[in-house]
Write a protein that binds this ligand. Structure first.
Ligand SMILES: Cc1cc2nc3c(=O)[nH]c(=O)nc-3n(C[C@H](O)[C@H](O)[C@H](O)COP(=O)(O)OP(=O)(O)OC[C@H]3O[C@@H](n4cnc5c(N)ncnc54)[C@H](O)[C@@H]3O)c2cc1C
Length: 489
């Protein structure tokens, strides 16, 4: 009889792991507390509108391709990808937008127009980023973070300097114009920390952005969740939703099972893709690896205030992804990482999937997703949400030169309290533990428990880090680790 693996949670990392482990012959059951699978990438449908609740940027398509290839499949077997052009635009003032084209040569021309001589500097920057991308994908991100030596290769040794240098400094050495600097600092926001606190090695995110492009799965990111769930089901994975794990039952140095809806479910191996901190709260105190003090000292990725809005008309001067960086970037970042307060003049992000995808909104209408990054654990109340909604609607109208507020048919919001109640997220973080120098590779919470021989972790709080592609990778490397310790590799 095959061994039983229970997986807690059904985010991307859990879904990926469930596929690899079922393929390896295990009897896999996924337990998800919510009514639908997908974790932070669930979907909201309302009045003919469809919104992705979490991720909207499909970056690093090669990672998705590689995942499906491991099962003899292609992404196109499950969903249709559209390359966005421009990938996105950034708004720096009234009707002043910098587009990031799908064609890198066009982006170089845009840079040159704004700062003479900058296209050559951008090319030199992106060459370094490409080199780092190759190294990251080949030598780093698919490593489980058990030993430092995993990532010490002749190539990485040559890159030591780029782990102490920061993205901010590197960008500043290449580009003078403040708006262009922000264009190049934007991608590291996905890693959850300030550019001044992120090693310049991570400029491989710029290669992902400017060279590999921004894609949109027709129907939204939730199509990827559906694809992975369907693949998992084809491989025999069993899904149980509305099944919150209440306790992890241990005996000696082993997990025996979990308690779900008052019932005990036994297993040979337990893998948790729920937030790491939360999983540890389900364990007896002497089986926890990390103290509350440990977690409190960590740099978490931001939380977010999100709005999902139905507009009763088409909006102009907007692209599928539009970032509003018309206020002080540094000041906003300080409120997230240093002062931990609500920003007075927030930057925000708007996604309008109905610009390219007719499935996102009824004809003649626009779907808008708005995100303000904020510090985790801020006070969250209906009044605060309303204040920020009014503020960004007013800014959106002024910056794009149109009336928007009166066109709102409905809005839904999501913030710190929802991240906590929906996902058991530590302090309501939106996307895990940031990738700073001291939170990279072996310095991240471990995939394999040091205290319980058959307990493993995956997801955005462990290796390699936040984001959908890293979640897919995390699911793969934890599965390989399980197979290694089970002597199957
Ligand atoms: C608003 C937002 C925007 C983002 N934008 C992007 C983007 O554009 N591009 C990108 O690449 N990434 C983006 N990300 C990051 C990306 O979505 C995440 O890194 C990734 O989805 C995390 O997957 P995961 O498997 O680690 O965790 P999760 O998706 O959080 O999955 C964990 C699951 O565990 C479940 N769970 C928790 N406790 C229990 C329990 N006790 N019992 C059972 N189940 C439990 C939760 O309900 C959840 O389903 C974004 C994230 C957010 C929140």
């Amino acid at each position: 009889m095959s061994k039983k693996i229970v997986i807690i949670g059904s985010g991307f990392s859990s879904l990926a792991a469930s596929c690899y482990l079922a393929k390896a012959g295990y009897d896999v059951t996924v337990l998800e507390k919510n009514a639908e699978v997908g974790g932070r990438a669930r979907q909201l449908k309302k009045n003919g509108f469809t919104f992705d609740i979490g991720p909207t940027f499909y970056w690093m398509p090669d990672v998705f391709d590689r995942f499906f290839y491991d099962f003899g499949k292609k992404t196109s077997d499950y969903y249709e990808l559209i390359q966005l052009d421009p990938g996105y635009q950034i708004c720096f003032g009234e009707k002043y937008f910098i587009p990031v084209s799908a064609d890198f040569e066009e982006t170089k021309k845009t840079f040159e127009r704004i700062q003479k001589g900058s296209s050559a500097k951008l090319q030199s920057f992106i060459n370094k980023a490409e080199d780092n991308y190759e190294i990251a994908i080949k030598d780093l991100v698919y490593q489980p973070g058990e030993y430092l030596m995993e990532i010490v290769t002749p190539k990485t040794a040559m890159k030591l300097g780029s782990f102490v240098d920061t993205i901010k400094k590197q960008v500043a050495r290449h580009i003078d114009h403040p708006d262009l600097r922000e264009v190049l600092e934007f991608p590291v926001l996905f890693l959850g920390a300030k550019a001044s606190n992120t090693p310049s090695f991570y400029n491989f995110m710029n290669y992902a952005d400017l060279k590999l492009g921004t894609w949109h799965p027709k129907g939204g990111m939730y199509e990827v969740v559906k694809a992975m769930r369907n693949l998992a089901a084809e491989l025999g994975v069993n899904f149980e939703t509305n099944s919150a794990v209440e306790e992890i039952i241990t005996y000696g140095d082993e997990v025996q099972g979990v308690k779900v809806n008052g019932q005990v479910k036994s297993c040979d191996i337990l893998l948790s893709g729920a937030d790491y901190h939360h999983t540890e709260t389900l364990l007896p105190n002497n089986k926890k690896q990390y103290s509350e003090k440990y977690w409190a000292k960590k740099t978490f990725a931001p939380s977010a205030l999100l709005f999902y809005v139905g507009f009763d008309k088409k909006l102009t001067n907007l692209e599928h992804h539009t970032l509003f960086f018309d206020t002080d970037f540094e000041k906003h970042a300080e409120t997230i990482y240093d002062n931990k307060t609500w920003p007075e003049e927030p930057l925000f992000y708007g996604s309008f999937p109905s610009k390219t995808d007719s499935e996102a909104a009824p004809e003649g209408k626009e779907a808008g997703i708005f995100l303000i990054p904020i510090a985790p654990d801020l006070e969250d109340s209906p009044e605060i949400r309303e204040k920020y909604f009014n503020l960004i609607m007013q800014r959106l109208g002024t910056l794009t030169g149109q009336e928007v507020k009166d066109s709102v048919i409905f809005k839904e919001s999501f913030c710190v309290n929802d991240f906590k109640s929906e996902y058991n997220s530590y302090k309501g973080n939106a996307y895990g533990l940031a990738n700073t120098l001291f939170q990279t590779h072996i310095l991240r919470p471990k995939l394999k428990s040091k205290k319980l021989s058959n307990l493993y972790f995956t997801g955005q709080l462990t290796v390699p880090g936040p984001g959908v592609p890293p979640a897919l990778i995390s699911g793969k490397i934890v599965s390989d680790l399980i197979l290694k310790y089970e002597n199957k590799l």
